[in-house]
Design a protein around this ligand. Structure first.
Ligand code: AMP
Length: 585
């Protein structure tokens, strides 16, 4: 018998319709609510808002900021200041966002309001999805992982935003409401070793195979990673199920205990999985074969996840791929209202009641990029920010938001294109991340992150009286998994042991949690340091000048995109040695 749903799907859809129909009014009300609630905070008082809540006064008093501008405030919260610095409501923990500032992971305040909006987004998104792909009250095979939790000097927990959400009281009940109960015990989600957790997610998914309604991970790449791992461990999984004994590879006591409780010898299930696997052709359609009641595969598939779609489609066979919401550690932005849309075409309808949005028009991005083909950093002309309902279809903007978690006129650093409207709220296509240099999946490293990593690693050169002439980088997507390649030109020959140590130090010096996590889970391969012949950067300069570039405008490009075949060719043909990091072995 189906369990009674604890929330009303139609009501959720109706609420979404109402807020999107009158997005302009809802935006003004949302801003008013945020500013009233936080009127006495030090931040708003410092800028002299004096309790005003209208958009005009707000824009006149409060500056546009980046994370760097807010750091002194956030640092005080991290260090234990409990006065209302940014929010009236207490900051309950700290989120570590992807990307780093000054070589440190980016800290962000996390509070109950973010849990609340996350649950709202989950429910609305589920309600819209369920209209087109109804699911029974079963389970979901969720590849989700809690990250390590640090305690700050001020006693707050600091961890990834998703871990903060998974640890919240509401998470479990919302998962139940939206028929998304995970197969694995919590010990697996919060286990200290992601490899062991992944193995157990697969095992639990197989134990509950007939109940699984869909397959999920936050990002598409981690579903692909899960099934690449499945190809390697499937026979061991069958043995565990056949004998009812968990593999000795699972050594974490809490995970062993929790998963062993679910296992009992089941030779029939083991035989059936074995038979299905050996009949597959190169693992095509493994997901519907092993999870016959699954209706779809779900996760973020847009932006930097697009390169993983081909492999994901291969594993998913006939099952539809449904692309999930658009958000960040800082807060939510929009949801996919057309679950049937192929991921490449997915757009996000902005939720007018989760934050107050502004959009900075960006012009000339393409023209500039065409002019400076050596560069992958985006430069463009900016204009004054405009409101949510003032944006124009076809135009590109940088997203700015003000939310209930202490961010006021915060520049997210994402570029989006308006493609349509859903009622009166815009539908956005994610275009790219501004200022992002190195990015494979959830890792995000800027030009400054690369610079800091290179500075750190090249300290070893100074000790050897060597000098780094110049450097650049690229992402090698042709290896599996993809990896970062850093090119160094040195003023003299260096000892191989020193260069190997430099390579390891470089790899360790990228502190972005997305990178560190992906390196640990091996979804990003070992960093490669390539030493190039003396004079190579001179050759790149000559190439640039030959294209008509001006010498006084030339900047060494810090990342060479894969489309820049000529410069990559110059780098390749001048490589004299190559080192792979063993930092995460
Ligand atoms: P994080 O700070 O680690 O939470 O990463 C948030 C960033 O991931 C956003 O600012 C976007 O750049 C990217 N992102 C999140 N959701 C999506 C999505 N649905 N499509 C494309 N990019 C996304």
């Amino acid at each position: 018998m189906l369990e009674k749903k604890e929330f009303d799907i139609e009501k959720v859809i109706q609420e979404f319709e109402e807020v999107t129909k009158d997005a302009g009014r809802v935006q003004r009300e949302t801003l008013k609510k945020i500013l009233e609630e936080n009127a006495d905070t030090e931040y708003l008082q410092n800028f002299g808002l004096q309790g005003k809540t209208d958009p005009e006064s707000f824009k006149a008093c409060i500056p546009l900021v980046t994370h760097k501008d807010l750091e002194p405030y956030i640092q005080r919260i991290v260090d234990g200041d409990t006065s209302p610095v940014l929010t009236a409501k207490p900051v309950t923990s700290i989120s570590l966002s992807s990307g780093t500032t000054q070589g440190k992971p980016k800290y962000l305040p996390f509070n109950e309001e973010l849990v609340h909006s996350t649950m709202q987004v989950y429910r609305t998104s589920y309600a819209l999805r369920n209209r087109e792909f109804p699911i029974e009250n079963g389970k979901a095979l969720q590849f989700i992982y809690g990250s390590k939790q640090l305690i700050t000097k001020g006693g707050l927990t600091a961890t990834t935003a998703t871990t903060n959400v998974y640890s919240s009281k509401q998470f479990k009940s919302t998962m139940k409401d939206i028929s998304s109960r995970y197969c694995s015990p919590e010990e697996v989600i919060f286990g200290p070793d992601v490899h062991q957790s992944l193995y157990c997610h697969l095992l639990c998914g197989l134990i509950y195979a007939n109940e699984v309604q869909f397959i999920f991970s936050t990002f598409a790449y981690s579903i692909v990673h899960a099934f690449r791992t499945f190809e390697l461990v499937w026979e061991e999984l069958c043995t565990d199920i056949r004998e009812g004994v968990l593999s000795s590879r699972i050594t974490v006591p809490s995970i062993r205990k929790a998963v062993s409780n679910l296992l009992s010898p089941n030779p029939d299930l083991a035989d059936s999985i074995h038979r299905k696997c050996i009949n597959l052709s190169n693992w095509y359609g493994v997901i519907p074969e092993l999870w016959p009641n699954a209706k779809y595969v779900y996760g973020i598939m847009t932006g930097s996840m697009e390169p993983y779609l081909k492999k994901l489609r291969h594993y998913a066979g006939s099952l539809p791929l449904l692309s999930a919401e658009y958000g960040s550690s800082e807060g939510w932005i929009g949801i996919n209202t057309e679950p049937r849309m192929p991921p490449e075409e997915v757009t996000f309808a902005v939720l007018p009641d989760v934050a107050y949005f502004e959009f900075i028009p960006v012009k000339g991005r393409d023209e500039e990029q065409n002019l400076d083909r050596n560069s992958s950093t985006i430069h463009y002309k900016e204009s004054q920010p405009i409101g949510l309902t003032d944006v124009q279809v076809g135009e590109e903007y940088e997203v700015v938001f003000t939310n209930f978690a202490g961010l006021y006129r915060y520049r997210l650093g994402d570029i989006v294109r308006v493609v349509d409207f859903y009622n009166s709220t815009p539908k956005l296509k994610f275009v790219c991340r501004k200022n992002l240099l190195l990015n494979i999946n959830i890792d995000k490293n800027t030009e400054q992150d690369l610079q800091l990593a290179v500075e750190e690693a090249s300290k070893l050169l100074a000790a050897e009286k060597l000098e780094l002439v110049d450097y650049t980088s690229n992402v090698d997507m042709l290896t599996d998994p993809a990896h970062y390649v850093i090119y160094w030109e040195l003023n003299a020959d260096a000892n191989e042991d020193v260069l190997q140590s430099c390579c390891n130090n470089l790899d360790r010096a990228f502190l972005d949690p997305g990178y560190v996590g992906s390196r640990k889970s091996r979804s990003i391969g070992p960093l490669e340091l390539r030493i190039i012949r003396g004079g190579t950067f001179q050759k790149i300069l000559s190439h640039y000048l030959a294209l008509g570039g001006a010498l006084n405008q030339f900047k060494t490009s810090r990342c060479i995109s894969s489309s820049n075949a000529t410069v990559l060719q110059i780098l390749c043909s001048n490589s004299i040695s190559s080192f792979f990091s063993t930092a995460y072995d």
